[in-house]
Design a protein around this ligand. Structure first.
Ligand code: ACM
Length: 696
């Protein structure tokens, strides 16, 4: 934001004529009207519930101090968050900011925490509201409870900016005058993180928690077991991790460390042990838990045999009771996820013993047998003080209403759950592993679509949602790039008012937020750059970067269908690019603007862009030939060349005579470019098609 120091001359005012920007900004956010004359929205994400800017700013300098007051200030999370703020501010501004907590009356940042939170650990629905007033005197952050301080401090850090570099302005940093009153729309805002398919070491999990807290997400749903690996140390059943993993698992000390780390940052940790399906990794150590006779092995490659727990044996329940009891003590959150998804009943139907059990208990089929299993599990978990959460397959009318249904197969299951009296979470539409653009996730709202017709009582049962990151095709190396920045857009959907829907504004803010998240220590851009550098080998990486900038991974499950497994190296070009190409989106938007109002300058800008991409192929081709990992991308280079040619010709044929057979040839080139080589697609193709179509 432009600043005009009335305390100190820290900047100039561009918007002096507008005392408050809240109305203009809200219009921009909701109506998505970002006219060229409008200043970019301040890089806040999630956007606050209420915000009013005024001209002026509080300068940040080496004298920066924090003061803490109110009964809740004694909460260790508050002090720890204040100390982290010094560290992050110092990193962001380069100022030598010593952690100085001083008397509240004299501090630059005055934090007031009105109430103490007497109910650790953090609970679903704990107060996260805060108010922030930045004015002449100071930055005042007021919250009813410690969590609100944590949320508000992230807003303060997002507001910090360099003073505009203009004549007469003082170089430095400041926080603009603003008044914010903020609270979340939903109380459960999370990420489901699969660490079974590819293990994520503790440092990666902690880094992810940093990111969650930075965008005000409050749940890490930790998917700790699946067919490919059992990732937690059990002291009671140590063969689980020994035979059920490749040696990569979290010790109980690791788990305590991560849970404490998350608690300090206002993030609940909900463990998931997926049963009775996705359970192959339990069975090498305890084959008698399986529905069919063993031996069993953890799954390495897609198509390897899997195993399902046997719900008909009392021994299964004794085992789960003891194991869940051990885990219940390790994970303090009251909610405990039992998975329950994608159970293939054929394994049960093939066992005469299990078929006889189904008959004896008057169960209709395998689905009903899973219902029986879930009901037993719910009771076991209740005895350990836990409430059961499960994927939407567990929805059945006879389970107690205390359970939570996580909808992944579509929003209908969320609506069904709410109508039947269950609380629910939305994940359908938030699957980050499917490589969809941020805009697609951003358009998904837990209370729209199938759930829109619910009564207000039913809607209240929708607690929020979780993004999901499955790791079949991701590793610790590129995890951050698969999560960020798209997860920030989902965080906004779950925190901000329903009216905050403008896609252009979201993307305008997402870009600086992406940088800001990297300053925090996330590696979404830096690690991909490193991966491309590795692919470039001894050659300069810049041409490969420019080539990669207009590519995206194929969407949905297309790449999964090509096969995957733990032996598959995920170090090809498709692994070294973000899910969404900013350059392609910018180009596509520029083409739309041009076609809406064709003009010579617009045409020239598009031509230049296409010429640049085309020229870049000259140094790229030798790179693709030099590294055997990259040769698969040669057809992609050919398609980029053809697209650039078709686009350039289309631009010139708006004013020149069109050769009679040109259009069919150009359209054929665009069609060819929709073939996917090496798991890559070229997202400028739709815009090129529009340019070709527009030629008379
Ligand atoms: C799931 O994606 N199978 C929950």
């Amino acid at each position: 934001m432009p600043t005009c120091g009335s305390r100190k001359p820290v900047g100039c005012v561009i918007l002096k004529r507008v005392r408050t920007l809240s109305i203009a900004l809200l219009g921009m956010l909701a109506l998505d009207f970002v006219a060229a004359a409008q200043p970019p929205p301040p890089p806040l994400m999630p956007w606050p519930a209420s915000i009013t800017f005024s001209p002026g700013a509080v300068p940040l300098d080496a004298k920066f101090t924090i003061g803490l007051s109110g009964v809740g200030a004694a909460d260790p999370r508050v002090k720890a968050a204040a100390l982290r703020t010094f560290d992050r501010l110092a990193r962001q501004t380069g100022l030598p900011l010593l952690p100085r907590i001083v008397s509240p009356d004299h501090a630059t940042l005055r934090i007031v925490v009105e109430a103490r939170d007497h109910r650790p650990p953090q609970q679903l629905g704990d107060d996260e509201q805060y108010s922030l007033q930045v004015s002449e005197a100071a930055i005042r952050l007021t919250a009813g409870a410690p969590l609100g301080v944590l949320r508000g401090l992230e807003t303060v850090l997002q507001l910090v900016r360099q003073n505009p570099a203009e004549a007469g302005a003082t170089p430095g940093f400041s926080v603009p005058f603003v008044e914010i009153h903020d609270r979340p729309r939903f109380p459960w805002r999370g990420l489901s993180l699969d660490v079974s398919r590819h293990f994520i070491p503790v440092e990666g999990v902690k880094r992810t928690i940093d990111g969650l807290a930075a965008v005000k997400l409050n749940v890490l749903h930790w998917h700790l077991s699946d067919d490919q690996g059992f990732r937690v140390e059990s002291r009671r059943y140590p063969r689980l991790q020994r035979l059920g993993s490749d040696g990569l698992f979290y010790t109980q000390a690791d788990i305590r460390d991560v849970v404490a780390y998350a608690r300090d940052r206002g993030v609940r940790v909900v463990p998931e042990f997926d049963v009775p399906g996705h359970a192959s990794s339990w069975l090498p150590a305890y084959p008698s838990l399986g529905s069919r006779p063993g031996p069993f092995a953890i799954v390495h490659e897609r198509g390897d045999p899997t195993g399902v727990l046997d719900p008909t044996k009392e021994a299964t329940y004794r085992f789960l009771d003891a194991f869940f009891g051990e885990m219940a003590a390790l994970f303090p959150d009251p909610y405990f996820h039992i998975g329950g998804d994608e159970v293939d009943p054929s394994e049960w139907n093939e066992q005469p013993r299990i078929v006889a059990f189904i008959k004896r208990h008057h169960l209709a089929d395998g689905k009903a047998l899973q219902g029986y299993f879930n009901a037993r599990l719910e009771k076991i978990l209740a005895l350990h003080g836990k409430r059961m959460v499960g994927w939407d397959e567990i929805l059945q009318p006879d389970l107690p209403k205390s359970i939570v249904i996580q909808s992944w197969r579509g929003q209908k299951s969320l609506a069904d759950a709410a109508r039947a009296g269950y609380r629910g979470l939305l994940s359908a539409g938030y699957y980050l592993d499917l490589m969809q653009p941020a805009s697609q996730h951003y358009a998904v709202d837990p209370l729209q679509g199938e759930t829109a017709g619910l009564s207000s009582e039913e809607q209240k049962r929708i607690l929020g949602g979780e993004a999901a990151m499955w790791e079949e095709l991701a590793t610790a190396e590129d995890l951050d790039a698969k999560l960020w920045p798209r997860l920030a857009a989902i965080a906004e959907r779950l925190w901000s008012p329903e009216s905050v829907t403008g896609v252009a504004s979201m993307y305008q803010r997402l870009e600086p937020i992406n940088h800001w998240l990297e300053w925090l220590g996330l590696t979404q851009r830096s690690n991909l750059r490193l991966m491309r550098q590795r692919l470039a080998g001894v050659l300069p990486v810049a041409p490969l970067d420019a080539f990669a900038a207009i590519l995206e991974p194929v969407k949905g499950y297309e790449r999964h269908r090509g096969g995957y497994g733990s032996s598959m190296p995920l170090n090809h070009l498709v692994d070294a690019i973000p899910p969404e190409s900013d350059a392609a989106r910018d180009f596509n938007n520029a083409v739309d603007r041009y076609l809406a109002a064709p003009n010579p300058a617009g045409a020239e800008a598009l031509r230049q862009q296409l010429a640049g991409w085309s020229r870049n192929l000259a140094p790229v081709r030798p790179m693709l030939l030099a590294n055997s990992l990259l040769t698969e991308d040669l057809p992609v280079a050919d398609e980029v060349a053809a697209l650039c040619r078709a686009g350039t010709e289309a631009l010139s044929y708006r004013t020149a005579a069109v050769p009679p057979d040109w259009k069919p040839r150009a359209l054929a080139a665009v069609k060819d470019a929709s073939k996917h080589y090496a798991g890559l697609l070229i997202p400028i193709a739709p815009a090129i098609q529009k340019l070709v179509d527009a030629v008379p």
